[in-house]
Design a protein around this ligand. Sequence first.
Ligand code: GLY
Length: 470
Amino acid sequence: MAQGMTSNEIRQKFLDFFAGKNHKIVASAPIVIKDDPTLMFTNAGMNQFKDFFLGNRKPDNPRIADTQKCLRVSGKHNDLEEVGADTYHHTMFEMLGNWSIGDYFKAEAISWSWELLTSVYKLPKDRLYVTVFEGDPKENLPPSQIALKEWSKLVPQEHIVFGNKKDNFWEMGDTGPCGPCSEIHFDNRPDAERAATPGHLLVNKDHPQVIEIWNNVFIQFNRKADGSLEQLPAMHVDTGMGFERLVRVIQGKNSNYDTDVFTGTIAEVERITGKKYNFGDTRSDVAFRVLADHIRAISFTIADGQMPSNNGAGYVIRRILRRAVRYYYTYLDYRQPLLCQLVESLGRQFEFVFPELYLQKNFVEKVIREEEKSFLKTLEGGLRRIEDIHVKDGVIDGSDVFELYDTYGFPVDLTRLIAEERGWKVDEEGFTKALNQQKERSRADAKRETGDWVTVTEKTGTELPVTTIS
Ligand code: GLY
């Protein structure tokens, strides 16, 4: 394995490899999406090419490659609950991708992905497994015979796993371009474990050491709002490789956080807090991972123009930030703004990949510091309030959850997280009811107002949380 490579070298090798196959290397699109109502954040490298796939626009070069900043914390693709607790899910991650817009198809995509992984990165072939779509009669989708034929030329049969629609039919959202896919997984377990249980039995089974690294999607359809699949005028390739996972397997680590993508930030947190990261599963280890992960999502979304706020994309960022604050406050005993202190080194790390952060580091740092200061002021009060709440039959009443939300700025996910740590549940229905009542009250108040401004279109204020935090 090419273990000595740094993450920057690994990224560059990917781009050089596809440039060598006549791909145009383009810049990452912003992580925040402003011109597609079906998505809040970029959740895959292909988002910025959606119109090419649908045939609405033509690219100047039908072969494209890049590294794309992605965020999967809302909507169809949502990994937030896993982040920090495990070692391989992230809020923001880089997706390395190569695309064919009506140009090459399955044979080239599959053989190039194998060539890059085994000849350039020199990953051991016996640790790689691939998946092939088994078809879905309900949707009238046949098994992927071509993918099976191409993989059979490269890997033994026991390294090919058939997968269902959930794992092997990729869709960017509820609507939009989609198609069958073929994933590549890496088995990082010790030899004795591999001998006892063959890797193909653990593919797509949430094993922390048998993980998906690359997905090759063969875009052929457009999912319509009525749920039907419409055949596209041309067939395309859309691949996505999880950069942090790739670096981890090449650098021979058991956790993404042990690679040089994250170790710099973890060292900064150690320096600032005087605490040690022990590579384990204690609450303080989880806190280190949460901080190393969340600071990336928070900083890059602000650098791309999304301010934390009380609704939509801004609220998602505010909630991620508050989740991070609560972790350092409670588990690293740190009581001052911490996240803002990590921006400078993060910006420097990515200066030549995503320069937008380093160029705006003072601004980003200031926004984060203000957010942290304001939340730290109420956090203590909220945590004290929780101690006084009367919890009946292990459930926090919806009105108390609402008070924490409304008075102390606790997103409901934060209350859920604290409840879960204590073995309690949250009265979700009661919370939603209290929230809706508040919205009704503000609507009624707005109607009674008289003044120079007339409301033409009424819009509700704070949105319901779009996802859960744990
Ligand atoms: N668009 C390919 C993927 O996200 O897996």
